[in-house]
Write a protein that binds this ligand. Structure first.
Ligand code: SF4
Length: 98
């Protein structure tokens, strides 16, 4: 990878990383209904290897970033603003609840 390509990658990655905390603020607001489910074919889902078939012990419901939606079998995740994630789904950013 050339220096120019590396700089461009780092710049784009940094911009994306900065956007996540802002979206986290938006999605952390109380929700009364589930948003549409994450599209596993979306760029974000593919980048984070989102799957509805979670590996053992790595389900969204066990992730520190997961917020349950009362009365729903899905929840929200700051990495997928505007979408719901399945309680039994997972992604590569899984963080175990402490
Ligand atoms: S970070 Fe990944 S594993 Fe955790 S709740 Fe979000 S989608 Fe699920």
């Amino acid at each position: 990878m050339t220096d120019i390509k590396r700089r461009k990658f780092v710049t784009l990655f940094s911009a994306g990383a900065a956007a996540v905390p802002l979206s986290a603020l938006i999605t952390s607001l109380p929700s009364h209904a589930a948003d549409p489910m994450v599209d596993p074919e979306s760029a974000q889902a593919k980048a984070l290897q989102y799957t509805n078939d979670a590996p053992e012990g790595k389900m969204c419901i066990s992730c520190a970033l997961y917020t349950e939606i009362a009365g729903e079998s899905v929840g929200s995740c700051p990495l997928f603003p505007g979408s719901s994630v399945g309680a039994e789904a997972s992604c590569s950013a899984f963080v175990p609840k402490s």
